[in-house]
Design a protein around this ligand. Structure first.
Ligand code: FAD
Length: 315
């Protein structure tokens, strides 16, 4: 039976939704093992077991996670050599892509990024050209290393599997890799992480400095708040909220774009959203070319009405 290795990097107190998605895919393809970096607490180990993970590989040196990608890639490559999985799954962050690339070089293995579906034979559907096209790709050399976009599968319910076996893997420490000297936890906003969110409400220059209607709609839907570069450059919201070519790439089930014109650089980060709703007062705005539903109107009137209706129906 195929064993698929999932890289779980610094989950903190508990697994993230994106980790659960990767484990769901791995279990569906055969069985899951985990290459784990960070503190492995009891709750995380138990959940990994409940999600069908049979083996957890950990680095022999706790220091590996304290280096930037070089140490992590060396550990991942060593784990692949030690366990011979059928494939390796990683998240789709910039860091995960770089870990995959470096491990791929060390293993002489092919890497596929931006996967949105993986077949039983490890053929991969990936989105390209800013989500304009989907292509089929397959690694033909070595062990496939595949980075998977968030929200590509629904998380399967956890079972009642036993505690996984923990195996230590020796990996060479890169001599001159940059060391992480400190970590500061991001202030909790109570909202989901942008790249993992199933629902995103994003605001652009049209909010004119006031993100309140965007935030209120996001909260009514349990979603995350995103922004165009015009809004982040204006200082109306933090840069980490920027979506697009030079911001984050997101793939939610629902993306509500408010007061955003839909420039190509913005589309590059959100075009693979399953459903796109655009609210813009200019009917000729390019965002309507990719929207599944469009509302021509003032966001300061449309968004509060939507929020009020959602709250009313939920109460
Ligand atoms: P605008 O283009 O000014 O559009 C504002 C929209 O709001 C208009 O369509 C207007 O009709 C509408 N509007 C105004 N008032 C209201 C209202 N009351 N109600 C409803 N609608 C209203 N951009 C990104 O977003 N992400 C990126 O990662 C990114 N990377 C870039 C990289 C490069 C190299 C370059 C050159 C540009 C990049 N940009 C990026 C910038 C991009 O080209 C656009 O300038 C930017 O996306 C425009 O932001 P916007 O749509 O919010 O503003």
């Amino acid at each position: 039976m195929a064993t698929v290795l999932v890289l779980i990097d610094q989950p903190g107190e508990g697994l993230h939704k994106s980790h659960r998605e990767l484990l769901t895919i791995a279990s569906g393809l055969g069985g899951a093992a985990v290459a784990f970096l960070g503190d492995l607490n009891e709750a995380v180990a138990q959940e990994l077991g409940a999600r069908g993970v049979r083996t957890i590989y950990r680095p022999s040196s706790a220091d590996v996670g304290e280096f930037l990608v070089a140490g992590k890639a060396a550990f991942l490559a060593a784990t692949v050599r030690a366990s011979s999985p059928s494939a390796v799954l990683l998240g789709n962050s910039f860091e995960a892509k770089e870990i995959a690339a470096r491990a791929g070089v060390q293993l002489t293995s092919g890497v596929i990024t931006d996967a949105v579906a993986i077949g039983e034979d490890f053929s991969v559907t990936k989105s390209v050209l800013a989500g304009s096209y989907a292509v089929e790709a397959k690694v033909i050399t070595g062990t496939p290393l595949i980075t998977v976009k968030a929200n590509t599968v629904d998380v399967a319910p956890a079972g009642d599997g036993g505690a996984p076996e923990v195996v230590t893997v020796d990996s060479a420490m890169p001599a001159r890799a940059a060391r992480i000297t400190g970590r500061t936890a991001k202030a909790a906003s109570g909202r989901p992480e942008l790249t993992e969110a199933r629902v995103i409400v994003a605001g652009g220059r049209g909010v004119d400095g006031d993100f309140t209607p965007v935030e209120e709609l996001a909260d009514a839907l349990g979603g995350a708040v995103g922004a165009s570069r015009a809004a982040t450059d204006a200082g109306w919201i933090e840069h980490s909220a920027q979506i697009g070519q030079t911001g984050k790439t997101v793939s939610p089930q629902l993306y509500i774009s408010a007061g955003i014109s839909g420039a190509i650089q913005q589309k590059a980060g959100m075009q693979t959203a399953k459903v796109i709703i655009a609210v813009n007062k200019d009917a000729d705005s390019p965002v309507f070319e990719i929207a599944d539903f469009g509302v021509v109107g003032d966001l300061f009137k449309v968004l509060p009405q939507a929020t009020a209706e959602i709250i009313k129906r939920r109460s």
